[in-house]
Design a protein around this ligand. Structure first.
Ligand SMILES: [Zn+2]
Length: 100
């Protein structure tokens, strides 16, 4: 799967399953897509969702997570424009996934 396709699938999955389901707000990180700095949420790693979403969806989420995030850094999403992003927490910023 191309990354661009994986990003679209992850975005759809986030919207359909209303992820993240726990409120993992992080403030002061600007969305690389829409520029809002109060809407970024951390996404739960797949292993934290085993009891929460159905296993078929979880498998896809895990596959997309590993493909888009091979170094196992954090992924997040913007609750305003709904795009998934890569979080670079040590630098306090978010990166667009399709620019890597
Ligand atoms: Zn955004």
């Amino acid at each position: 799967m191309e990354n661009i396709e994986a990003i679209e699938k992850l975005k759809a999955l986030i919207i359909e399953n209303n992820l993240p389901q726990t409120d993992m707000s992080i403030f002061g990180i600007k969305c690389p897509y829409c520029g809002k700095s109060d809407r970024i949420r951390q996404l739960e790693p797949p292993e934290d969702l085993t009891e929460i979403i159905e296993s078929e969806v979880l498998k896809l989420y895990g596959d997309l997570w590993r493909q888009l995030n091979p170094s196992a850094v954090r992924l997040g999403t913007c609750k305003f424009c709904l795009n998934p992003v890569e979080l670079v927490l040590s630098e306090g910023r978010a990166k667009a996934l399709d620019h890597t």
